[in-house]
Design a binder for this molecule. Structure first.
Ligand code: 5AD
Ligand code: SF4
Length: 431
């Protein structure tokens, strides 16, 4: 009997990839995916708890599916991801119509959960996760995510991840290598290695060693990785980035704040000066590298001066782009208990100042690429314009070009004709 599953994913790439694994496991059990929750036999919410807003969004969508169940009593509703892990069976109190709950470390339990052969809450710590290779139903044929490590040991004071994703664990390099080789066989061109803190990857080899090994997989053209923690960014890694031809010239290196005082309260383990030194070294040894970052506005105790240090830092460093967020207190984290929480208006005001300063920098940086030649990997048609194709530079910038006769997955050279705030325009050139 064919059963259908609808999955709604919130949050980071880690969650997006977990959803691919969830679908991979269910496909083996005979499920097929549907885009319409009203037709599904199984509805899964893969949730995120990084900020309050993500949680709110999930709970309001969850409320909506309650009525589906009234109409078709046989459908199953399941909660996965970080809220599932953190809340466990408390979710049943809020939403008794939920059938089962499983955390990011228990995706392998799905067969037993859907059939009711096991208790409906699967949130146990699972050290075996690194050697259990789950099938993934990947959405794209060109780019693929590959998990290299699970969990996080950093305990930044604002962050809930160590509580939802558990302790840091690295997959054996052999498992990663075979997965990447298999992806290459299937025609994938680009892989992004995933982990909360990839620089502290350590199994039989370390992260630079892993990059050296994967750089030799034929067929794969580009290797990326997220996320890097500035504290663990070694000279050895910078060397690997500069020396390995497939490793792309882009790093996402969350700074969080330009004030060393706030960085200390955040338990980040580096000062602003340490951060600047890493950025200089990256720019010196990896020419043309693009650097993106995350910033938190209005951390508890952040003074106007601290905030201005962040603004100054943005101007000094000139990131290629940032994600910025208002501080959101997460129950159970140390920052939630700290003194000096700021009013919403102050956080909003600081956030908009940060975004405004950065937007201008991003646009200037993108404009400075006009006239340059870039290699782009064609991902397919543009989402906004039927007459265009979209690709990305090695530095991870989106480039739209007029439609030409090339296959998805090709790498072509383009001249950048226009730099905009969020993307570039280009025209193909003959090499
Ligand atoms: N409040 C606001 N932003 C947060 N982030 C993580 N936790 C919080 C929080 N409690 C941001 C950080 C991190 C990114 C993924 O989300 O900037 O790098
Ligand atoms: Fe990803 Fe963190 Fe959100 Fe979990 S809480 S989905 S790890 S961003």
């Amino acid at each position: 009997m064919v059963r259908t599953v609808y999955i709604r994913t919130f949050g980071c790439q880690m969650n997006v990839h977990d959803s691919e694994k969830i679908l991979g496991v269910l496909q083996k059990e005979g499920y097929s995916e549907t885009e319409d929750p009203r037709k599904a036999d199984l509805i899964i919410f893969n949730t995120c708890s990084i900020r309050q807003r993500a949680e709110h969004k999930f709970y309001s969508e969850l409320g909506r599916v309650k009525s589906y169940k009234k109409r078709r009593s046989k459908i199953q509703i399941a909660i996965a991801g970080c809220i599932a892990q953190h809340e466990g069976e408390n979710i049943f109190k809020k939403a008794p119509y939920v059938d089962f709950i499983f955390g990011p470390q228990n995706i392998h339990m799905l067969k037993d959960l859907t059939s009711g052969r096991t208790a409906p809450v699967a949130i146990k710590d699972n050290p075996e996760i690194v050697i259990t290779d789950l099938p993934a139903k990947r959405a794209d044929g060109v780019k693929a995510w590959v998990t290299i490590m699970y969990g996080c040991n950093n305990f930044c004071s604002y962050c809930i991840v160590p509580y939802t994703r558990g302790r840091e664990r690295s997959r054996p390099s052999e498992n990663i290598y075979s997965e990447v080789a298999e992806l290459a066989d299937k025609g994938y061109k680009e892989i992004t290695l995933l982990g909360q803190n990839v620089n502290s990857y350590r199994s039989d080899i370390d992260f630079p060693g892993l990059l050296r090994r994967l750089d030799r997989v034929g067929g794969i053209e580009r290797i990326r990785f997220v996320t890097s923690h500035p504290g663990d960014l070694s000279g050895e890694l910078i060397k690997a980035m500069s020396g390995l031809s497939k490793v792309c010239e882009h790093i996402h290196l969350p700074m969080q704040s330009g004030s060393s005082n706030i960085l200390r309260l955040m338990n980040r383990g580096y000062t602003y000066d340490d951060y600047i030194r890493k950025v200089s070294s990256l720019r010196e040894k990896v020419p043309g590298i693009s650097i993106t970052s995350d910033i938190i506005a209005g951390f508890p105790g952040e003074t106007e001066d601290d905030h201005l240090l962040t603004i100054e830092a943005l101007k000094e460093i000139e990131f290629d782009g940032i994600f910025a967020f208002k501080f959101s207190p997460r129950p159970g984290t140390r920052a939630a208990e700290m003194r000096g929480h700021l009013p919403e208006e102050v956080k909003s005001e600081r956030l908009s100042q940060i975004l405004e300063v950065q937007e201008e920098i991003t646009e200037i940086k993108n404009r400075s690429l006009e006239g340059t030649i870039q290699e782009i990997l064609i991902e397919g048609g543009s989402e906004t314009d039927m007459e265009k194709l979209t690709g990305r530079t090695r530095t991870n910038k989106i480039v739209n070009i007029p439609k030409i006769d090339v296959e998805k997955g090709s790498i072509i050279s383009v001249e950048i004709t226009k730099g905009r705030k969020h993307s570039l325009e280009g025209r193909p050139i003959k090499k």
